[in-house]
Design a protein. Structure first.
Length: 586
């Protein structure tokens, strides 16, 4: 947001430079035109022509000098310019009326006096003053034909010099206007080129800043997720050990809730950054819809119960229905909406509804909380936006949740909206084009039961000792008969794979010596069969989809994100074990 603000300031600054440069050039051109009028008036004053009063030139010169002085002292540019055109036309008209009317050589000045109008003012102003000049010319013609003005049809030799001066000065004036216009155009082009160079430099700086920001956020995300993996993993194990002691279990639950809240904030920030950069991609998962929604609702059951809220799921979909879509993004949207509903509801209920509509599924999260004013309902989807300042002070939050929900739903081809009555609750809804699909292969589901009774040989690779311990404890809890071997780096893992036989490998992506990507590539390309075909499950604290693609391209079979979810971990191991056994029996 700050980067965008800086870019807008730079654009405004460059626009200001353009406007200032144009204003300076117009002022300079007006000053040059006024000086040319002063010089030509004085020249005509000293050139012999007895037919008219030459004091007209002195009077006009005085007016031109007054306009120059006013311009020099910073008076209004536009009124001065219009007065200059008016005085010039009157000046020409008075001289012409006394020196031949329409036949006066002076009338040739009417053809050039309005030429600078387009440069000094605007096209509309040029049309206006051109019309005025034509009207004066027509008036001269009418008065000359009526005999009011002497047409001086014959010209004496005495005024030939005066006639020559008129024609030469008119030609010089026309050429001068063209030269000034060309010079002004060249200067504007140069100014634009300078501005473009400045914009290109700013653009490069902004791209570099964006790259640094993405790198920083990715690094921070990795560093935050790594210890949270340990906290949540150990917390789950601690919870099962202390389940008989209510007070101790409550403390462990507080730790888990606080860590999960911090993890949600970290995930929101990382995902929002990726959405802004256009780097967030979707996955195509097959999952049971009701079970997924209920699992999210269960996360808030304890918090809702502590506030005395009735929290429930009203599901009109067929039980056991499987759909295809991005399960993690659906969970993320529901998580944010249900979290807000529980947060802003002091008493009453929070209801989640799931309905089939058209070619998709409609989700509703209804609460009986504080509600949102009608004039603020559309603004709540803006980033860093809250219903009002009081709400922000009382309930806190990053202000990213709803904005992230809107972008995630839109990315999946869906729609999101809100309806609310202030003081009577709010209903957030979103619709996703989730298509029905077949359930997981029953053999994959049954594989977990086989795994629990099988002496599975698992190689666990991670340079972080705490992560190794967490993963080992998770695996031992669900697969008590598994033989788990640990390696603290890619090189050690490759040595173990040469010496021993393993059924599955859990490989961390980022390690100091040989990282998980290199180790997997070496395994796939340089090891003999069947060792090279051993299933590899990648582990990473990065949420960047590019890193997931890199893992799959390196030869990993699937990727799990830290902090590890025990259920997902065992489910992936079950699937990979089934796939491995299927390959063996082919």
């Amino acid at each position: 947001m700050k980067t965008l603000s800086n870019l807008l300031k730079v654009d405004a600054f460059l626009d200001g430079l353009h406007e200032d440069a144009n204003a300076q050039w117009r002022t300079g051109l007006l000053r040059a035109c006024l000086l040319a009028l002063v010089a030509s008036s004085l020249m005509f004053y000293g050139t012999y022509q007895p037919a008219y009063d030459h004091n007209i030139h002195l009077l006009a010169t005085a007016f031109y000098l007054v306009l120059l002085g006013a311009l020099q002292w910073g008076a209004f540019y536009v009124p001065i310019t219009h007065l200059g055109f008016l005085i010039s036309i009157l000046h020409i008209g008075l001289v012409a009326s006394q020196s031949g009317g329409i036949n006066s050589v002076t009338m040739v000045w009417m053809t050039v006096v309005t030429l600078p109008a387009t440069l000094l003012l605007s096209r509309l102003a040029a049309i206006f003053w051109g019309t005025v000049a034509l009207l004066v010319t027509w008036l001269m013609l009418a008065l000359t034909k009526a005999g009011v003005l002497d047409n001086m049809a014959t010209m004496s030799n005495d005024i030939m010099a005066w006639t020559l001066v008129n024609k030469v000065l008119v030609a010089c004036m026309a050429m001068g206007v063209v030269w000034l216009a060309e010079r002004m155009h060249s200067q504007q082009v140069m100014q634009i080129d300078k501005s473009n160079l400045a914009l290109e430099e700013t653009h490069r700086a902004l791209r570099q800043a964006q790259a640094h920001k993405d790198e920083f956020i990715a690094s921070v995300g990795h560093e935050l997720r790594t210890p949270m993996n340990a906290i949540l993993g150990l917390n789950g194990i601690l919870r099962s050990e202390l389940s008989a002691k209510a007070e101790d279990a409550e403390i462990v639950d507080h730790i888990r809730r606080s860590t999960e809240q911090l993890l949600r904030v970290v995930n929101d920030i990382l995902d929002f950054s990726q959405l802004q950069a256009g780097q967030l991609s979707l996955r195509e998962d097959r999952f049971e819809l009701s079970e997924t929604v209920q699992s999210v609702l269960d996360l808030f059951a304890e918090k809702a119960q502590a506030k005395g809220l009735d929290i429930r799921l009203e599901d009109s979909m067929a039980q056991g229905m499987w759909v295809q879509g991005d399960r993690q993004r659906l969970i993320q949207v529901l998580n944010n909406l249900i979290d807000n509903a529980v947060k802003f509801t002091a008493r009453g209920h929070v209801v989640v509804r799931v309905k089939s509509v058209g070619m998709g599924v409609l989700f509703e999260v209804e609460d009986s909380g504080i509600g949102i004013a009608a004039n603020r309902q559309q603004q709540v989807f803006n980033r860093f936006e809250h219903a009002d300042s009081q709400t922000n002070r009382q309930y806190g939050g990053t202000g990213l949740g709803l904005s992230l929900c809107e972008r995630l739903v839109s990315l999946q081809g869906g729609h999101i909206g809100v309806s609310s009555v202030l003081g009577h609750g709010t209903t957030f809804w979103f619709e996703l084009p989730l298509s029905m699909t077949a359930a997981d292969d029953p053999f994959v589901v049954q594989q977990l039961d086989k795994l629990m009774g099988h002496r599975l040989r698992i190689l666990l690779v991670d340079d972080n000792a705490v992560n190794l311990m967490v993963a080992r404890l998770m695996l031992k809890k669900r697969l008590p008969k598994a033989e788990i071997t640990e390696a603290n780096g890619g090189a050690v893992a490759l040595d173990l794979l040469r010496e021993q036989t393993f059924d599955l490998v859990l490989m961390d992506m980022v390690m100091p010596d040989i990282d998980g990507l290199q180790a997997t590539q070496i395994l796939r390309e340089n090891f003999p069969k069947p060792v090279c075909d051993v299933p590899v499950l990648g582990l990473t604290a990065s949420s960047n989809p590019v890193d997931r693609d890199r893992c799959l391209d390196a030869g990993m079979n699937e990727v799990l994100h830290k902090p590890l979810d025990e259920t997902q971990l065992v489910a992936q191991l079950s699937r990979l074990s089934w796939l491995a056994s299927s390959e063996v029996h082919r």
